[in-house]
Design a protein around this ligand. Structure first.
Ligand SMILES: *[C@@H]1O[C@H](CO)[C@@H](O)[C@H](O)[C@H]1NC(C)=O
Ligand SMILES: *[C@@H]1O[C@H](CO)[C@@H](O)[C@H](O)[C@H]1NC(C)=O
Ligand SMILES: *[C@@H]1O[C@H](CO)[C@@H](O)[C@H](O)[C@H]1NC(C)=O
Length: 372
């Protein structure tokens, strides 16, 4: 034991010195090749991902309706919100990047409660009249007139991370998504590159204070919504351009099926509309570049090592784009801003009467359009 311990530091010292000498040697062509191979081997060896080459989504090309009569609600008074929700009294709430929970009063966003967090994502209003908010770093918060409570931050002894969207069922239980059980929110690109399904659908039962795993195997579990009759819950899988439904009632109870696939872009949040259909905000990922990713594990390893390169390679955007999907999963409306000038992209669409509110982590207002 002892001698081997002694020799170990010596070898590593040697290695360091020789690599210093190695760098000038690289100027010769043969060594350049060796250096390149050594560099690539190092990238693969220390890679944070174990990638697979997997089916790339085939986005559908649909005829589009242009978003018109666009209003910016409360410009400058919301700092990059991700989602919005309306309570039973018709008040609309949102959660911002600077931790403020705001509500809409006479066309402006007014501070209501504060959470010391910069990572608030999806939210939902409950029957009791409070809000449940996902924080991708700290789990779930309950916000009411009485204050703020981080009521779920551990699940079965593990820190709850990357909670993304939440919806309440009529029995008071909460269905929520964990986008990736493997990677941290700031490592979301590793989740794409690895190409394996680490997303989960969880259920929190407030009467027992127990959180159960409802379904897993989602390629980035993002938005979640219940059908009007609560016979199924839909989970949107961003990296696969599709949403799946998990049956809660009837003969198919407990089964996971495709809800809508080949969506025109990657789905983010999904919200139930007053007529029982759904609004899904979709975000552009370059599908051709996804194909390039699918062609080589080495490319994946290189991009995993250089996140800046990744964000140049796969850019998010494409302008505001929302789809309205029927209860059976067919797309009935495809609303697009072809100029991309209104908002870089939309992360959530909330229908109130015949208006659609468009929320985006890239904007400092909430967009509003008339639907009919
Ligand atoms: C992605 O790669 C896998 C494995 O090579 C292949 O089966 C699949 O067809 C590819 N998909 C696309 C869209 O190229
Ligand atoms: C609920 O369970 C969590 C751990 O899972 C615990 O930290 C918390 O105190 C419990 N809350 C109540 C009200 O029992
Ligand atoms: C927590 O543990 C319970 C009991 O083993 C299990 O039923 C439940 O699904 C677990 N929850 C999660 C999120 O894995």
């Amino acid at each position: 034991m002892a001698p081997s311990r002694k020799t170990e530091p010596e070898t590593s010292k040697k290695g360091r010195t020789s690599s210093k000498l190695f760098v000038p040697a690289c100027y010769s062509f043969g060594f350049l090749l060796v250096c390149l191979i050594a560099f690539l081997l190092q990238i693969v060896y220390f890679s944070p991902i174990s990638p697979v080459l997997d089916e790339v989504p085939q986005p559908a090309v649909l005829s589009a309706t242009q978003l018109q009569d666009f209003i910016k609600v409360g410009e400058g008074s919301v700092n990059h919100p991700e989602d919005a929700s309306m309570d039973k009294n018709g008040v609309i709430y949102t959660a911002t990047r600077d931790g403020w929970i705001k509500r809409l009063q006479d066309g402006t966003w007014v501070n209501w409660k504060f959470i010391d967090s910069q990572t608030l994502l999806g939210l939902t209003s409950t029957k009791e009249g409070h809000l449940i908010i996902c924080d991708n770093a700290n789990g779930l918060y309950k916000v009411s007139e009485d204050g703020v409570e981080n009521f779920l931050s551990y699940v079965n002894g593990s820190k709850l991370r990357f909670a993304n969207a939440v919806v309440e069922a009529s029995d008071g239980s909460l269905y929520f998504t964990v986008s990736s059980s493997k990677y941290l929110p700031r490592e979301y690109y590793l989740d794409i590159l690895e190409g394996k399904p680490h997303g989960q659908l969880l259920k929190y039962d407030p009467s027992s204070n127990i959180t159960t795993l409802v379904a897993d195997g989602f390629y980035f579990a993002n938005g979640v919504a219940l059908s009007r009759d609560e016979d199924y819950v839909v989970v949107c899988e961003s990296w696969k351009f599709r949403c799946r439904k998990y049956w809660l009632k009837g003969e198919r109870k407990g089964k996971l099926e495709t809800f809508a696939e080949n969506l025109p872009r990657a789905p983010d949040n999904i919200n139930l509309a007053p007529d029982g259909t759904f609004w899904i905000a979709v975000i552009k990922f370059d599908a051709r570049r996804m194909k390039i990713l699918n062609s080589s594990k080495l490319i994946k390893h290189i991009l995993a090592a250089y996140p800046k390169l990744f964000s140049r390679f796969i850019t998010l955007g494409g302008g505001a784009h929302l789809i309205n999907v029927a209860e059976d999963g067919t797309i009935i409306r495809n609303l697009v801003d072809p100029t991309g000038q209104l908002m870089p992209f939309v992360t959530s669409g909330l229908q109130v009467d015949d208006h659609l509110y468009m929320v985006s982590v890239t904007s400092n207002f909430i967009g509003k359009v008339q639907l009919s």
